[in-house]
Design a protein around this ligand. Structure first.
Ligand code: NAI
Length: 599
């Protein structure tokens, strides 16, 4: 630290050193850490738009670079809301938000976090799916890291290029199965970016601690391979040893660069890799797969919620899945865990779960099921059939879960059958984005005479049935993963226990009010996610300390206060240190002029 006089300060300014060299005027001391001038405005983290005070403008050398009016954050937020509403197309709304995030981070996160219901369908599913499909066209500024198969042997160096030293959470995809849209290769970057936006907006995890990553090993998407706008490697997907080595090297590089406790969330890997990587890495890294485990928790939350109406324990239900991929197997595995907690045996729990995929009913001896396949637990002793309606008749399920990305697969006939077997059938049409859902909310109500308890993966408009309006719930993983991530980060666990997902499911179900339920929703409103995140984090933290898997010591006595102390502040901070004094006295005229503007 160098004592600084006004003369030195002016000298620095005249040499334009104040611009590039990071410094801060704290009393009469020059300390590292502050960016001045135009660079301060161009840094999205520091930018406050017109909310810089007169004192800040003068001290930071941005006086005159901004219009005279000094605005509050709320005033600026209002403009954002108006601008957002003025866009008619969702993709344009998405682009507006991306641009806001690039230039004014706090305003962006306040906007998203304070109006979750409007913003989430834009920053996440369904609009993010469209954004990924058009990513080549809309790609503007770099956000996140692209690690390609050509970087094999150099992944650590790539991670070193990321400017933030304090990354605590990574969301990674290889883009092979983006939502229900298939292989979008490097254009899948929209997904980690969107998920990490929700980390901050919904759990107040600091944005600089979040890092989105795409593992680009090529794509098998013919359209992209021939598309001049495509942004990734224009080659077919690398597989086998090279791919495996790249993933191993990536995991090791993350630990080497950011430490063993860095949370790595896997997102939208194809089914054949998703389970393999989860099994391979879960005991040696701090990792989970949201498509498998996050989905499982949110569906279990919906089942717990339905229990309030049907009165049936989890183990008293019969579940039939359409689709036996990552989402379905993850849900089934967590249902089994929940049933075991109710005192059920493992065999009995698996008996309650039936699966049907593109090859038909999952039965013993089916050639497409290999011995290391997770579906094997749910195979039934039954002849092969590929008629789903027949299987519904056979199983008479109380809960029907669609995770197949097959539009309209829950036909009128199937939905009607569900009412024959159940007073209140439970229907989950989880496939994303909205056009791929197995049925719409309106169809579910119409075909079950309004008796169903319905939830979907993507949002649906309200349902009108028999003169009553229902607002069905969205079984969105966003109820779960931000809270789990927050709990893991604050307690410093090295691994992610399945119990975290059971805890999260219970928290979300408990947050559902009778009023929500009577409106037709199995989930609390999206605006309640922030509360869910805090409580999930608390539950995770308590579990982590009780079971000796936390590493943050000393154990905080007041855990909620501790969690809050670690969270992002959505409001502007003073750009100047508290002890800051004017290097030169501000001209009185300016102050009067700006005071007038403030009014
Ligand atoms: P996946 O690709 O691993 O599995 C798809 C499954 O559907 C496979 O088992 C496949 O055999 C089956 N399938 C395909 N065509 C079929 C047909 N005609 N009849 C019956 N089964 C058929 O994909 P994953 O990860 O399991 O996701 C499936 C869907 O669930 C996607 O649309 C995804 O967006 C959605 N999903 C929703 C979540 C949520 O709402 N919270 C979370 C995760 C996934």
């Amino acid at each position: 630290m160098i004592p600084i006089t006004n003369r030195i300060f002016r000298l620095l300014r005249s040499c334009k050193l104040h611009r590039r060299c990071y410094h801060e005027v704290s009393g009469d001391i020059l300390v590292p850490g502050q960016i001045r001038g135009m660079d301060h405005l161009r840094d999205a983290r520091l930018n406050k738009g017109l909310a810089f005070t007169v004192e800040e403008r003068q001290a930071l050398g941005i006086h005159g670079l901004l219009a005279a009016r000094v605005k509050t954050m709320d005033e600026q937020l209002e403009i954002c809301r108006t601008a957002f509403a003025n866009y008619n197309h969702d993709l344009n709304k998405y682009l507006y938000l991306v641009d806001l995030q690039d230039r004014h981070e706090k305003l962006f996160f306040r906007l998203v976090s304070e109006d979750v219901e409007k913003m989430m369908p834009i920053v996440y599913t369904p609009t993010v799916g469209l954004a990924c499909q058009k990513f080549g066209l809309i790609y503007r500024r770099p956000r996140g890291l692209f690690v390609t198969i050509n970087d094999l042997g150099h992944v650590f160096n790539i991670l070193q290029n990321w400017p933030e030293p304090d990354v605590r959470a990574i969301v990674v995809t290889d883009g092979e199965r983006i939502l229900g849209l298939g292989d979008l290769g490097a254009c899948g970057m929209g997904i980690p970016v969107g998920k990490l936006t929700l980390y901050t907006a919904l759990a107040a995890i600091k944005p600089h601690q979040c890092l989105p990553i795409v593992i680009d090993v090529g794509t098998n998407n013919e359209t992209f391979l021939n598309d001049p706008f495509y942004i990734g490697l224009r080659q077919r997907r690398a597989q086998g040893d090279a791919y495996e080595q790249l993933m191993d090297e990536f995991m090791e590089a993350v630990v080497r660069r950011y430490g063993q406790k860095t949370l790595i969330q896997f997102e939208d890997f194809a089914n054949h890799n998703a389970f393999r990587f989860l099994d391979k890495y879960r005991d040696s890294y701090c990792t989970f797969n949201d498509d498998i485990q996050g989905t499982a928790a949110v569906v279990l939350a919906g089942i717990y919620a339905a229990q309030k109406v049907t009165g049936k324990k989890v183990s008293e239900n019969k579940f039939l899945f359409l689709g036996a991929g990552g989402a379905a197997i993850g849900i089934a595995d967590l249902l089994v865990k929940a049933m075991l907690n109710e005192g059920c045996t493992s065999e009995k729990a698996c008996e309650n779960i039936w699966m049907f995929d593109k090859d038909g009913l999952v039965v013993k001896g089916r050639s497409s099921v290999e011995s290391n396949d997770h579906r094997i637990r749910y195979e039934k002793n039954h002849p092969h059939t590929d008629d789903f309606a027949e299987v519904v008749k056979l199983v008479k399920p109380s809960v029907l879960i669609g995770a197949s990305a097959v539009t309209g697969a829950f036909t009128r006939e199937i939905l009607q059958m569900m009412t024959e077997y159940n007073e209140r059938p439970v229907i989950f049409a989880l496939s994303n984005p909205t056009p791929l859902a197995e049925c719409t909310a309106q169809q579910a109500y119409d075909c079950t005479q309004g008796r169903c308890l319905f939830a979907s993966g993507s949002p649906f408009p309200q349902v009108n049935f028999n003169g009553k309006t229902y607002i069905t719930g969205q079984g969105n993983n966003a109820y779960i993963f931000p809270g789990i991530a927050l709990g893991v980060i604050v307690s410093g666990t090295y691994h992610i226990s399945d119990n975290f997902f059971l805890i999260a499911a219970k928290v979300v179900a408990e947050k559902l009010s009778d009023e929500d339920l009577s409106r037709g929703s199995l989930y609390p409103p999206l605006s309640a996610i922030k509360d869910c995140s805090l409580e999930i984090a608390l539950g995770v933290m308590q579990f982590a300390y009780e079971n000796g898997i936390a590493s943050t010591y000393p154990e905080p006595v007041d855990k909620i206060a501790f969690i809050k102390s670690q969270q992002y502040d959505f409001f502007y901070e003073n750009a100047l240190p508290a002890r800051w004094q004017w290097p030169t006295k501000p001209k009185r005229k300016f102050c009067q002029q700006y005071d007038n503007c403030k009014k």
